[in-house]
Design a protein around this ligand. Sequence first.
Ligand SMILES: [Zn+2]
Length: 239
Amino acid sequence: MEGERTVLLRSGEVKVRVRRSSRARRIRLVMLPRVGPELVIPDRTSGRTIDEALETFTPWLERTLARMRPDALGLARPGVAWHGGEAVTLRLVEAKRLSAGWSDGALELRAPDREGAATALERWYRDAAREALAASIELQAPALGVAHTSLVVRDQKTRWGSCSSRGTLSFSWRLLLAPSWVLDDVVCHELCHLRVRNHSQAFWSLLAEHRRTADARPWLRAHGPEVSTYLPIDSIGMP
Ligand SMILES: [Zn+2]
């Protein structure tokens, strides 16, 4: 039971030290300098309870580790939102109905409370992402001679974009948090799939010929975990 457990995160595997403590009243996960994550458990905690606790703590662990990386973007910073990789100042205004919009160079969120403000921010991200994606498609599709049937913006946890056989292009709104060249390259990738469905040599040649930016995959590999675990409420901060 005691010793070490391996937890599978989106960014890879991580070892969690498990330590029994007679003084511990409840299970907690702490991040220790140089040691890493440690799960402190009360005596007589069953193996199954440990597994359940690790599952519960996984999102926190994922976010905390993403933030600790030396090249972290620092997305989870109160008071700022993100648009095309740029920090945008947030202003919170108390209001009954949720809304979000630009005002004096800041993004103003109107909501009754913190949770409402986070909801308003996520809606804004989705709308702004749709706008940025549509503009990028419009810019890049003519050169490829392709047309999509519809554009879907969602919160895909495992992929940044996809292309259905019916010509629907789907993207994660989280691409808006990334620099705009990353979004452009992901869009170009999916547009190329409208011509070549698979990842054959022909596909990569087509992409290499048409991409207007650097290859976004290294950036997404480095920052993907932080981008995909960011929560709009991180930007709102404490009351
Ligand atoms: Zn692909």
